[in-house]
Design a protein. Structure first.
Lengths: 235, 102
């Protein structure tokens, strides 16, 4: 019982930067949604049920174009397919003694950020830690959307700009510490960033959707690294 | 705008299924070394790819974005907590943009 509480609490704490970063990003989303003619409630429901950035932004475009529901499903599938990889990773990290039903609830909260923070934790992952992260992140995402939809100029641009880097700062705080003692990880991170830069700058490649870019690079680089540097008995 | 809720429902359902299916299907521990290593490396690649160069364009000026990156790298490398690193890079942007952006 106490163990759960401890896990939940540390998830909440680690989730604070996620929530703050989400607030800034979803604020922008709320503004866009209401510009497009969505009501505050619709925008808020959309954010609460989807909990994904790239997919939602793309979804707005699909709705605006008046495309079919099948097209919407396909767009979401392609852009969000990276979550499939992440869920695979989490399934291996998850505490095996945790009851099965947790997987259905945890699935709701598999976002880039929640995934990154939970999977890089040492030891196995308790569902309660994930719930802590989710409890901090979801209000940020939902509330931010609502505020953005209600009033685009509620928060000064200066503050939004600063909050916009919170997620990235957090990502670096997740991946760099383990790389300090592991040259392979450091190399992988450097190669990944260099490749992402190439993908952003080379004209043919920069046209690929961001979700797909992530999948391509992840499969290539993590796949290659797994081939060249297989991980020995370790977590 | 009645149809909006239908769109939202489809979006939510597809996104949830993508997240849920692997979690529910992969019950056992994977023993294949390549697959294990691959999944171990996935988050590092994914997060690195999402962070850079995107962080440079996340703010109102390239310089403040770059500053946020440097601050976060240095603090993260020193093993500071998630909250500390995130807050420090936000602060760097905020302070710099007081001078850079009018």
């Amino acid at each position: 019982m106490n163990e759960r509480k401890k896990e939940y609490r540390s998830g909440l704490v680690d989730g604070v930067p996620i929530g703050l970063g989400y607030l800034a990003v979803s604020f922008t989303f709320g503004i866009m949604a209401s510009d497009m003619g969505m009501s505050v409630i619709q925008a808020t429901v959309l954010s609460f049920t989807n909990l994904t950035s790239a997919g939602q932004f793309a979804g707005l475009g699909v709705i605006q174009a008046g495309a079919s529901l099948a097209e919407m499903a396909l767009t979401q599938l392609i852009i969000n397919l990276r979550y499939c990889l992440m869920s695979c990773s989490i399934s291996q990290k998850l505490d095996r003694s945790a009851p099965f039903f947790h997987r259905f609830i945890m699935a709701y909260g598999v976002t880039d950020e929640i995934f990154g923070v939970s999977v890089c934790r040492t030891g196995s992952l308790s569902p309660w830690y994930s719930y802590g992260l989710i409890s901090a992140a979801v209000p940020g995402w939902t509330l931010g959307t609502m505020l953005g939809a209600i009033s685009g100029n509620l928060l000064p641009q200066r503050l939004l700009s600063a909050l916009g880097v919170a997620l990235y700062g957090m990502f670096l705080a997740v991946i760099l510490p383990p790389a300090r003692k592991n040259k392979v990880l450091m190399g992988i991170i450097l190669v990944s960033m260099a490749a992402a830069l190439l993908f952003a700058k080379i004209p043919v490649l920069s046209g690929i959707s961001s979700g797909f870019k992530i999948i391509i690079l992840t499969v290539l680089i993590a796949g290659g690294a797994a081939f060249l540097f297989p991980v020995k008995e370790e977590n | 705008m009645q149809k909006v809720y239908l769109y939202i429902l489809v979006m939510a359902a597809v996104t949830y299924l993508i997240r849920m299916v692997p979690l529910v299907l992969l019950k056992r521990e994977i023993t294949n070394t390549w697959v294990k290593s691959f999944l171990y490396y996935v988050p590092y690649v994914t997060l690195a790819v999402m962070t850079f160069p995107a962080i440079l364009e996340a703010t109102s000026s390239l310089i403040s974005g770059a500053a946020a990156f440097v601050v976060a790298v240095v603090l993260a490398y020193r093993g500071k907590s998630l909250v500390q690193v995130a807050a420090a890079s936000c602060a760097a942007v905020f302070v710099l943009e007081l001078f850079l952006v009018r």
